[in-house]
Ligand binder design. Structure first.
Ligand code: NDP
Length: 433
């Protein structure tokens, strides 16, 4: 707290992870001798920089850019960029810390990092977004490289932004280094299924949790928060597996559609028109828009929070449990507050923590890096099967680890412990660096 003042979300994730690795540390005195805990909590490098850019009227704006290169014991720093007005250094550190363990859990050779800026792309023209991305990359490029640090998208950073960022990187370095960014579009080194991967992966993970209880998505009434990248492909895959998604949202409110959310309409509104979720209700007679209320008041069997951090409070969690929710997969990073996690744990629902459940995005990014390195491009079927297998492996690892440490069914403990051990062992092997 003294070293990282005011970084509330970072403190929250530190507490959550450190609390659950107690049993591991007492079994492994070598982690204590090498002070792994203190070392893992301190980023290897933090970059904070000015991003000046001009809007369409010629006015000059200044934003603050960040890249936190947290841990490279397992591979190059890997993690997304978030463009949102709420982004502070503490936000990026919380996301970067989570990313270390998430990336470790995938079993792939990727370290942890995260970045972004307090830039708000909402309402900005394509040209303004392009100028911002170019200015952002003008500073960031000197810290990146396919063997060094490989960013991807996150909130506010999708295919359009990755394209502009890659274009500027290529121009500045005079290198066609495909593997320096992931989430690229298909014509310039993108991987099939990367766009869908976080949402699909979360659904695969929840499906594994349900299967472990002899259950499935079939006929499950599901609520998905958000209507961005993760939410859209969560909705699509839940519906593929026989679930019924009745609601989704944005920061202004939610839409309830008892006939099942029309995912193609959500895609048109959000991906093509860059509109708001209230537009959905204007075009679907079966839907209504409810402004300013918590989406978690809607009765459901499965909850898939896919919007933002701390969106499920203790109270929301109690409502969900009272309404009969049996499973939850965190598509977003840390969407459940500590009180909410406690409520779900006490109720014994199948709870998939973000660092396991939403790891499909970064795992598919690592597959994109593999394809770039070998100048190859895999089919959709093959890539989706790889994603499915990776999510099943992550589920297995969390489940078995929780069992081994005497906390059966506690996927949060399983994910934290399994993720931590792989990184800690690598750090030990690399010496005091
Ligand atoms: P997007 O920017 O595509 O979408 C975010 C969505 O969440 C928007 O619909 C946004 O609405 C909504 N939202 C934001 N704040 C709130 C709020 N307070 N209440 C309700 N809705 C809200 O981002 P992504 O889908 O990429 O990311 C969503 C989450 O998933 C984040 O936590 C991210 O870190 C995490 N994640 C993303 C990965 C990826 O591959 N994209 C990988 C792993 C995790 P509005 O337009 O009103 O702001």
């Amino acid at each position: 707290v003294i070293r990282n003042p005011g970084e509330m979300e970072f403190h929250q994730t530190l507490r959550e992870v450190l609390e659950s690795i107690g049993p591991v540390v007492s079994k492994h005195p070598e982690y204590v001798r090498s002070n792994i805990i203190e070392r893992i909590c301190e980023p290897e490098r933090q970059i904070v920089f000015r991003v000046p850019w001009e809007d369409d009227s010629g006015a000059v704006h200044i934003n603050r850019g960040f890249r936190v290169e947290f841990n490279s014991a397992l591979g190059p720093y890997k993690g997304g960029l978030r463009f949102h007005p709420s982004v502070l250094l503490g936000t990026v550190k919380f996301l970067g810390f989570e990313q270390i363990f998430k990336n470790s859990l995938t079993g792939l050779p990727i370290g942890g990092g995260k970045g972004g800026a307090d830039f708000d792309p909402k309402g900005r023209s394509d040209r303004e977004v392009m100028r911002f991305c170019q200015s952002f990359m003008t500073e960031l490029h000197r810290h990146l490289g396919e063997y060094t640090d490989v960013p991807a998208g996150d909130v506010g950073v999708g295919g359009r932004e990755i394209g502009y960022l890659f274009g500027q990187y290529k121009r500045l370095t005079n290198r066609y280094e495909s593997g320096v960014l992931t989430g690229k579009s298909l014509p310039f080194g993108g991987a099939r299924v990367r766009t869908e991967a976080t949402g699909y992966g979360n659904v695969f993970f929840v499906n594994e949790m349900l299967a472990a209880r002899g259950d499935s998505f079939d006929g499950k009434r599901t609520v998905v928060s958000g209507s961005g990248n993760v939410a859209i492909y969560t909705i699509e895959k839940v519906q593929d597996l026989g679930g019924i998604v009745v609601a989704c949202s944005d920061s202004e409110g939610y839409v309830l559609d008892e006939s099942g959310i029309d995912v193609e309409l959500v895609k048109t509104i959000k991906e093509i028109e860059r509109g708001r979720i209230c537009d959905y209700a204007d075009r679907r007679p079966s839907a209504k828009f409810v402004p300013g209320r918590s989406i978690w008041e809607i009765e459901c069997d499965v909850a898939m929070p896919s919007a933002t951090q701390n969106e499920i409070t203790g109270r929301d969690a109690s409502t969900l449990v009272r309404n009969g929710c049996v499973a939850l997969g965190e598509g977003a990073n840390m969407p459940t507050t500590p009180e909410g996690v406690r409520v779900f744990r006490e109720a014994g629902i199948a709870f998939g923590p973000g660092k396991a459940a939403n790891a499909g995005g970064v795992a598919t990014s690592a597959l994109e890096m593999q394809q770039n390195a070998s100048r190859d491009s895999w089919s959709r079927e093959f890539t989706e099967q790889r994603l499915k297998d990776i999510m099943a492996d992550i589920h297995h690892r969390c489940y078995e680890t929780a069992d081994e440490y005497g906390m059966p069914g506690d996927y949060t403990a399983g994910a934290n412990i399994a993720g931590f051990c792989r990184v800690a062992d690598a750090m030990l092997a690399l010496g005091v660096v």
